[in-house]
Design a protein around this ligand. Sequence first.
Ligand code: ZN
Length: 151
Amino acid sequence: MNDLRELYQEVILDHGRKPRNFGALPDANREAHGHNPLCGDKLDVRLKVKDGIVEDVMFEGAGCAISVASASLMTEALKGRTEAEANALFEKFHALITGEADVSLDQLEELDKLAVFSGVRDYPLRVKCATLGWHTMHAALENNGETVVTE
Ligand code: ZN
């Protein structure tokens, strides 16, 4: 289990330092702004959705390593998914992070790399950081242009 924890930490640090899909997305047609006042994380998430498919997703902003790494891994997980799949993944990730629901091994496999955040549930303040990008993505799909504030 310690090896797994170390691996998880490495993935989070890697994505925190070198976030993937970080920058502007000029032809985005969905976007939302996210703000986590508890930590100071501020992220914008932009998506290009065509025929119900997330063709591209990028994010920008500044935040702690957990919020940036989580948004980075999220963008990798979302490309090519339908809007319904993106929202379903958001719900599974949320359940994993908050510990609201037991996540089965099958679901963990489906979450793939996102499972690196499973340890965050032990740190309630960090939960807001790890879910900020996801809440913002969800808002972008549901209510384009909204600002999400987690507290
Ligand atoms: Zn944070």
